[in-house]
Structures are given as C-alpha cells and as structure tokens.
Design a protein around this ligand. Structure first.
Ligand code: ADP
Ligand code: MG
Length: 339
C-alpha cells in the first residue's frame, strides 16, 4: 500500500500558485490590486522582457509593518477579511490572502516597504517560498515589490509563457483597464525602460480614455448615468460609429473590479444591436455598482469571474441603460435591409 502523507508547505504553495499565477500579467494584477487596496494614489509598474525576468511595482500606499511582513507571505493571510460572512461584503480587491504566497512560491521576490509613521523601512527577500532576508532599511513611504525570474523553479510553467512581446501586451491591457477603473490613481507603465502609459490621476475618466484611446474615441462618447432598483451605472458609451471588430473595447467594472461576464457583454451588445453593424463590438467604459450581496466574486482564484444572484434583472437593467444612453442622442438606428 502506498503511504499517504501531507505535502510540505512549499509544495502546497507551488501547486496553489498555478491557479492564481498563470503568467506575468497575473503577478502585475495581484500586486497592483494590492497597491490599490493599500490606498495608493500613484502606482508605477516597470517590466523587462515581458515581465519574465523582472517586474517592479511601486506604490505610495500604507506600507507594511516589519512585524507583519513575513505573515503577509503566508497562504490565507490577509488584512482584508476576518470571516466567511465578510465574503458577502467585500469592499477590497483582494481577500483570499494567497497572492503573495503564490508569487513567492514561483519566483524571487524582494520587498521594500515603509508605513508613513515608521522611521525605518523593511527589506524582505523570499525565493521559491524560502525566506532569505528580513532587515531594516531606509525607504520612501509605501511599498515596492520586485519579482524576478518568474517560474524559475517550475520549468513546465515557464515553457508555456509566450514571447516577451505577447506577455507585455497582456500587462499593458491589464494596466489600461486598471487605469480606466481608477481615474483617481496615477498609473505609470514602463516597458523595457520606455514609458508606455502615464495617467494623471486627476479623477476624470474621460481624460484617461483620451490618454489611452486618443481623440477619435474621446470625441465620440455618450455619458452613461443610470440608476434603478439600487443598481447604478456610470461612465461612457462609445457612439456606434467607433465600434470595432473585437471585444477589446468593452471595459466594465463591477463594484470597482475589472471582470469578464457573458451576461454583461450580452446585455451591452444587445443594447447596441439596432445601432451598429453586425459583428461589431462597441466601445464602453463604465462602472456598475450594486449591493455586495447581489454579486459573488469568490468564484475563481483570479477573481475575474463573477456570479449575479439575479442574472435576468441585471441583464434587463444594463440593456435598458444602454438603450436609453444611446437614445439620448438622436442616433440613427441601422436599418437591416432584407436581400
Ligand atoms: P489579499 O490581497 O487577498 O489580502 P495578498 O497575498 O495579496 O492577500 O496580500 C497579503 C496582505 O499583505 C494584504 O492583506 C495586505 O495586508 C498586505 N499587502 C500586500 N501588498 C501590499 C501593499 N502594496 N501595501 C500594503 N500592504 C500590502
Ligand atoms: Mg491581494
């Protein structure tokens, strides 16, 4: 009979890391979301070689106390929730407490962090889940994570990475969305020492849209402001004439979080149906706010999927909001002429 044994912590973390950390963009997502949760007003992301060799995320948020640093890297350790009930009123982007342990399990991490009220900062080094250093250091307020050699100890994973250019474009897409969803935060993205994105953080979503997509898009936006049954939509709808051939232009955020949702995409696209050509996807950038209890974000470790408790109601509301938003301006519906 084979002997049954509990795996050691490093192996457990490595296995679990596979669910959260798929590619460099997953690391950036987790670290930038942590920076947002930490109350940062400026977040800089620097990468080299598509993030495969180096990613550095710097924020001016609340920092981590020296006595808490090692704990932050333990699986299921979080400052954001305390019990399962809290899962139904999550106001932070993180809550599962598994990003740092996952990242540290499959890369070489150096952290420098300092809370504003502390005199000294802390430098912490952890590689493949093993602590290498914990010491005082001079540091600016906030937190810098340096992540090197992603998947250096899981060669099978490393093989699945695409070219640096493709990995960099995933990171760029992600930062674009984060910048759009948080116009009050300044985002900077530096790829191989070149600045690719730098938003002002002045709080104006339209300015971010202009910065990212240019004048052509920014000049063809309709404001979206809709409220019904405690559900609120706020942001912009692109005029049908700037629709594109793929869904990359659909940016929607549920309670502040960038997610993918078939229900929402369908409601938006159905709302545009009479206004744009077939097989065209609209530009949208808007927030959907609803009671936390009506949405479950704890569906998958990456927190990109969500479940609505009342799907049909959400579909109807979003559809109605889009229709009304488009009708406000006398857009001419596309008339399908039968052949
Ligand atoms: P979660 O975000 O789900 O809580 P993480 O593993 O991502 O779990 O982070 C663990 C904890 O480390 C967080 O709850 C937070 O207290 C702390 N932390 C992580 N990143 C930062 C940061 N940039 N600034 C301040 N605290 C941070
Ligand atoms: Mg987190």
């Amino acid at each position: 009979m084979p002997h049954i044994e509990l795996l050691d912590q490093i192996t457990i973390d490595k296995i679990a890391a596979g669910e959260v950390i798929e590619r460099p963009a997953s690391v950036v997502k987790e670290l930038v979301e942590n920076a947002i949760d930490a109350g940062a007003t400026a977040i800089v992301t620097e990468i080299e070689d598509g993030g495969i060799t180096m990613m550095r995320i710097t924020d001016n948020g609340c920092g981590i106390e020296k006595t808490e640093v090692a704990n932050a890297f333990l699986r299921h350790s979080t400052s954001k929730i305390r019990s399962a009930e809290d899962l139904f009123r999550i106001s932070s982007l993180g809550f599962r407490g598994e990003a740092l342990s996952s990242i540290a399990a499959v890369s070489q991490v150096e952290l420098i962090t300092k809370p504003r009220e502390e005199l000294f900062g802390t430098r912490y080094v952890i590689e493949g889940g093993k602590e290498k250093a914990l010491e005082d250091t001079g540091a600016p307020d906030g937190t810098t994570f340096m992540v090197r050699q992603l998947f250096y100890n899981t060669p099978a994973r490393r093989k699945f990475l695409k070219t640096p250019m493709t990995e960099a474009s995933h990171i760029s897409d992600l930062l674009t969305r984060l910048a759009l969803s948080h116009p009050e935060i300044s985002f900077q993205f530096i790829n191989n020492r070149q600045t690719k994105l730098h938003t002002s953080g002045n709080g104006n979503m339209k300015d971010v849209i202009y910065h990212i997509y240019g004048r052509e898009v920014a000049n063809h936006l309709l404001p979206l402001d809709f409220e019904k049954n405690g559900v609120r939509l706020s942001g912009f709808l692109g005029e049908p004439l700037i629709s594109r051939g793929n869904r990359n232009f659909e940016n929607y955020f549920v309670n502040g979080r960038y997610v993918k949702s078939n229900i929402l995409s369908k409601a938006i696209e159905d709302g545009y149906k009479d206004f744009s050509m077939q097989h065209k996807y609209p530009f949208v950038a808007f927030h959907l706010f609803l009671e936390q209890e009506k949405v479950d974000i704890n569906v998958h470790p990456t927190k990109m999927e969500l479940r609505f408790s009342a799907q049909q109601e959400i579909y109807n509301l979003v559809y109605q909001a889009v229709r009304e938003g488009l009708h406000e301006k006398e857009l001419i519906p596309v008339v399908e002429v039968p052949e």
